[in-house]
Write a protein that binds this ligand. Structure first.
Ligand code: URA
Length: 435
């Protein structure tokens, strides 16, 4: 088999066979196939798509590039949740700590920032020393000991997804249902949780801008999970404006900690409680979602979820004092409020533009392997529907220098759309599937 022939086959719209997909994925993971050829193949997939058999073969090849944990065989039942990528989406940090606090074991494999969206691994690495590259044995040991583990794709677990994910980030090959579905589900199947919640984002700050596409992605991932005998649930949630106020790694961690003190933004808290209540009830904690919701809400008020985050951080190489005193987390030297220069009603906040700016400030990567700055980002000070006057704060920028702030100032202002007519804030949840 020659890689170049398989790229041409996909480019010309033909389906690849199972063996061909395995050859490409495993060859790239071993280093036999260079980035240039994998990038060309990914772009061909973005344009041509994949049929069901190709999708299943791709997911399987990504999983079998490493070990597949069977938590059931180890006598463990765990839950997992995955977002398809959003702006300001720090749900995992809050939700998983709250679930673990009420006794629901959580085993999660996460990703890094992708395109204009943030990634849980990058957020967690705002804690100095936090290790995401766990071996299979460490993953299981952490799950047993603390009831919570969050790890990256490693040499042991879904290594092919780790490598391809980083390449997609740098080659504009993210927005594709088969690539997203296989990437997400390979991590879920490798990490072994039996109950999986998908948070499929839709709107301007999501890869699936359109609701029908988001639903197609959700259904595709649910099918992959159900074939592997997983209990699958999904929500289609809104990402037309950022979730919560903070966008940027350490800033989002700080907002997650504030939420674990019971003082979180309403949209973030509600999303965590909806996702968490269904996951917990499916895992047998709480007699139904309403009872589980009550327990989760209590964990956000009584400090137990906060202690779980501290345990997670300490257990994976960080310092739990950072959780109890977030001023120890990275902070940017230049902080400035950007205010409105005219009057109007805030009719929209372009979440994608906000994500792009956070990346430009240093919070994202423009090429594979770039280092990121955990301290930079934005804190949004206005919500859709607010009456804005000249001088009203729109957002607070955290940057490496005032020159960096100046460079993005007009782009940031343009992300806040002002009109004359009253608008309804978009609903947080568009649809719930499989619950
Ligand atoms: N999350 C993932 O894990 N993979 C994607 O491709 C997109 C979001």
């Amino acid at each position: 088999m020659r890689t170049v022939d398989l790229i041409a086959k996909k480019r010309d719209g033909q389906a690849l066979g199972e063996e061909e997909i395995r050859f490409l994925v495993l060859g790239y993971t071993r280093g036999d196939i260079p980035d240039s050829q994998m990038a060309a193949l990914l772009m061909a997939i973005v344009w041509r798509g994949m049929d069901e058999a190709e999708l299943l073969a791709l997911t399987d090849a990504l999983v079998s590039s490493g070990s597949r944990l069977d938590l059931g065989e180890l006598g463990l039942v765990a839950v997992d949740k995955h977002s398809t990528g959003g702006v300001g989406d720090k749900t995992t940090l809050v939700l998983l700590a709250a679930l673990a606090a009420i006794g629901v074991p959580v085993a999660k494999m996460s990703g890094r920032g992708l395109g204009f969206t943030g990634g849980t691994l990058d957020k967690l690495e705002s804690f100095a020393g936090f290790r995401v590259d766990l071996s299979k044995e460490e993953f299981i040991a952490n799950l047993r000991r603390r009831g919570i583990v969050i790890a990256a794709q490693t040499a042991d677990l879904a290594p092919a997804d780790g490598k391809i994910y980083a390449l997609r980030d740098a080659t504009a090959t993210v927005d594709s249902i088969p690539l997203i579905a296989s990437s997400v589900m390979s991590k879920k199947l490798a990490a072994g949780a039996q109950i999986i919640m998908l948070d499929v984002k839709t709107g301007r700050g999501a890869f699936m801008r359109d609701r029908a596409q988001a639903e197609a992605l959700a259904n595709t991932m649910m099918r992959i999970g159900q074939r592997a005998s997983r209990r699958m649930m999904a929500v289609i949630s809104d990402m037309s404006q950022p979730l919560g106020a903070a966008v940027g790694n350490a800033l989002e961690v700080k907002e997650a900690i504030q939420t674990l003190h019971g003082e979180g933004p309403a949209d973030l808290v509600e999303l965590c409680l909806v996702l968490g209540s269904h996951l917990a009830a499916a895992a047998g904690v709480g007699k139904d979602p309403a009872a589980a919701r009550w327990q989760l809400a209590a964990s956000l008020k009584n400090g137990t979820a906060l202690s779980k985050l501290a345990e997670l951080v300490a257990g994976q190489g960080g310092d739990e004092r950072d959780v109890y005193d977030p001023s120890r987390l990275p902070s940017a030297p230049a902080v400035r409020i950007v205010a409105a220069d005219r009057e109007g009603i805030l009719t929209g906040i372009d979440a994608k533009a906000i994500g792009v700016v956070a990346g430009r400030l240093g919070g994202g990567r423009s090429k594979k392997g770039d280092a990121i700055d955990h301290s930079v980002g934005l804190v949004i000070k206005a919500r859709v529907g607010d009456q804005i006057s000249p001088g009203s704060p729109l957002l607070e920028v955290h940057a490496r220098s005032s020159e960096d702030i100046q460079a993005v100032e007009s782009q940031m202002r343009a992300a806040f759309e002002l009109g004359h007519d009253r608008v309804q804030a978009p609903p947080l949840l568009h649809k719930i599937l499989g619950m």
